[in-house]
Write a protein that binds this ligand. Structure first.
Ligand code: BTN
Length: 225
């Protein structure tokens, strides 16, 4: 059962760091670490993840049943935990509403030791973002979502994760494709640009370029509007 046991910190550096420590010490599949505040929250691509205290759901899950579709399944689960919101997924797993980022996902693993940590940051009651985030980020409160309490969202998210993380890979891919934010859009990445054409069976992003179709296995793409 995802969410049992649960360890909560009022303040910690990073829930992913806490969960990694616990995983290394033998914590069971499904253990969840949550925090009210992080002093060194980690994002993808070496970036930081910040949120004012108490305004975001910050959680990390220890997983021992490792599936290739894990990063995609997690994004689908976040969307399904928030019925009523038109959530889209920007490859591989940014959760967007109205083109702005509502939630981010960071998977860190030690496959050779048989575990991975799934970290999720979901903006719940953030009323105002500063700097670049003012135009790129959103929160449940800003989207007028009814369930604006962290505990309510957490319960819903744990149930959705429980279902999707154990789901058939084909069903995960199908659900992800229905929420694809990039398909048909022009995208740019470090080495090129083209039109996003969905994901393949391994979760790689397909992009049609002037030189033919390429499959991006990892990294980040930017939307060109
Ligand atoms: C991203 O860059 O989009 C991923 C952000 C992931 C942030 C979450 S917050 C909870 C968990 N602990 C961390 O240090 N990072 C993840």
């Amino acid at each position: 059962m995802i969410g049992t046991p649960r360890v909560h910190w009022r303040l910690t550096d990073s829930t992913n760091e806490r969960a990694r420590e616990l995983a290394g010490a033998g914590a069971p599949h499904g253990l969840v670490v949550t925090a009210g505040e992080q002093s060194a929250g980690r994002g993808r691509q070496g970036r930081a993840w910040t949120a004012p205290p108490g305004t975001a759901l910050l959680l990390s899950v220890v997983l021992r049943d490792l599936r290739e579709t894990l990063p995609l399944a997690a994004a689908v689960a976040v969307c399904e935990a928030l019925p009523g919101l038109d959530c889209r997924i920007k490859w591989p797993n940014d959760v967007l509403v109205g083109g702005r980022k509502l939630a981010g996902i960071l998977v860190e693993g030690r496959p050779q030791e048989g575990w991975a940590v799934l970290g999720i940051g979901l903006n719940v009651s953030v009323e105002e973002f500063s700097g670049e985030l003012a135009v790129t980020a959103t929160s449940l409160a800003l989207e007028g979502h009814a369930a604006s309490s962290n505990d309510h969202v957490l319960r819903s998210l744990l149930a959705a994760l429980d279902a999707r993380l154990a789901d058939d890979p084909g069903d995960v891919l199908a659900a992800w494709r229905e929420r694809d934010a990039l398909r048909g859009e022009r995208v740019r990445w470090r080495d090129g640009e083209g039109v996003a054409a969905g994901i393949d069976e391994g979760g790689a992003l397909l992009v049609d370029t002037t030189g033919g179709q390429v499959a991006l296995e990892a990294g980040e793409v930017h939307l060109l509007r």
